[in-house]
Design a protein around this ligand. Sequence first.
Ligand code: BTN
Length: 247
Amino acid sequence: LGKTIVHKQVTTSTQHIAHQLARDNADHGTIVVADEQTAGKGRMDHTWNSPKNKGIWMSLILRPATLPYLAPQFTLLTATVLADVLTEETHTAPKIKWPNDILLNGKKIAGILTEMQAEQDTIQYVVIGIGINVNQSEQELPADIRHKATSLAIETGRTWDTQKLIQRILLTFEQAYDHYLKNGFLEVKHKWESYGFKIGETIRIKTMRETWRARFMGIAEDGALLTKASDGEMKKIYSAEIDWFKQ
Ligand code: BTN
């Protein structure tokens, strides 16, 4: 992982560059990192604010030999890697909000955007985008997300070396990925659940069609959200936004 690192001072989106490189046969493990993105992308067509030298904006190209329906496992794996690195390097206590937001003290500090190119039963490549707010002050976060977003600097009261954090992420990712290929998803699932936010509690689940409440039971083997309704019915949810109620 990271044998080839493409560094851009400024680009539209590292996802965009990574897709181009992958289409041009870039190797598994190629990394794209930018100091600044002018059109950073989040999940569900959101934008991702990526100011110069204030955070980690990078994309990893993977070429796993697994079936396309298992791709969400890579997102969950990545979330555990980010949570591990934050815990070990910064002594904070991150939580993961399903499917893959990293929270510090209840506010979002990092997000993961997984995009896949597949044909029938074969994955051509997966691009995993990682965005981490590192050195923004509160004023430097966009006003409309200030109530729900944060940065490592805001939460710890000091600035952090992004290069060093990137190195730790790549190293930890490589180990976790190899371990996952050898041993399967179960350990990743357990680790994810140990960081999981609001497991065992009632959450609100919102899809394009409806909104309802259920108890969050954990994650399934394929990365789905496992819920239990008040009548006891268990359900797997693949795509939704979740939130919860203040007690
Ligand atoms: C989300 O939480 O919605 C996912 C955010 C992902 C942001 C990263 S920053 C690097 C990569 N390039 C992008 O344009 N997006 C991802």
